[in-house]
Design a protein around this ligand. Structure first.
Ligand code: DC
Length: 238
């Protein structure tokens, strides 16, 4: 199926499976996958390692701004067909997914100069199009002209269970209540912050995947692309 070179923006609440979905679509239809949340997590990790996030979450704003101006060399690399985030020569995909980083990432990502830094990076890595990118504000702020916008949502407890399973598989030992509380807090911060709050773009297609399998998500996407780009390939006679 021939899909034109477009940008697909995937936004939605945390743990709705945005990145799994976007990676699957990228592999199926030959798109480059970019994870904007990973970039925010990378900035958070860099800030934590530099001692700029204090106990209790207080952030040293002037020092963080100076650190980003110095360019901490956060970049994506394609490793065997998968996009991974690097800090200099170090792959930080594992470290950016710990509960410690998850607990600090929402306040860090609410800082306007952090958002500008990440937006610039995302534009740089998307040059040429044919990209699928997931995040919170891709279809509303970063790429408001994206040809296809998807907004993902799912039941809160189902999302918390997904995140819990992911953390346990990685060796973390959180309680379910802790994960649920973290998720609710992030939902609140993400949708109430002043700069680029999480919002559904008016022209986004909404996917509630509480009861959907990955295969059903892919079929949903296939239908959307076929309809949108008129590539039904003779399936209908009218
Ligand atoms: O999708 P994620 O959980 O990896 O995202 C990590 C955090 O980054 C999340 O709390 C909100 C923030 N984020 C954002 O503010 N804007 C984006 N486009 C992507 C993520």
């Amino acid at each position: 199926m021939e899909i034109p070179n477009i940008i697909i923006a995937v936004d939605g609440y945390s743990s709705t499976g945005k990145s799994t979905f976007a990676k699957m679509v990228a592999a199926q239809f030959g798109f480059l996958y970019l994870d904007s949340g990973a970039m925010y997590r990378g900035v958070t990790l860099a800030a934590m390692e530099a001692g700029l996030v204090k106990e209790g979450g207080e952030i040293d704003l002037p020092a963080l701004e100076a650190c980003l101006k110095d360019d901490p060399d956060l970049h994506f690399r394609n490793i065997e067909g998968e996009t991974k985030l690097f800090l200099g020569s170090r792959c930080i995909e594992g470290e950016i997914r710990t509960l410690a980083v998850s607990s600090n990432v929402s306040p860090v990502s609410a800082i306007p100069f952090v958002r500008n830094f990440v937006d610039e990076r995302l534009h740089l890595f998307s040059e040429g199009g044919r990209v699928i990118m997931d995040g919170r504000d891709i279809g509303t702020t970063v790429f408001p002209n994206a040809e296809v916008k998807i907004f993902m949502t799912a039941d809160e407890k189902v999302r918390a269970q997904r995140r819990y399973d992911e953390l346990v598989a990685k060796g973390d030992t959180p309680s379910f209540e802790e994960v649920l509380a973290n998720l609710k807090e992030r939902d609140y911060i993400d949708s109430h912050r002043e700069t680029s709050p999480l919002r559904q773009a008016p022209d986004a297609y909404v996917m509630d995947n509480t009861f959907m399998t990955m295969h059903e998500e892919l079929v949903w996407m296939l239908g959307l692309l076929q309809g949108k780009f008129n590539i039904l390939e003779g399936a209908l006679s009218c």
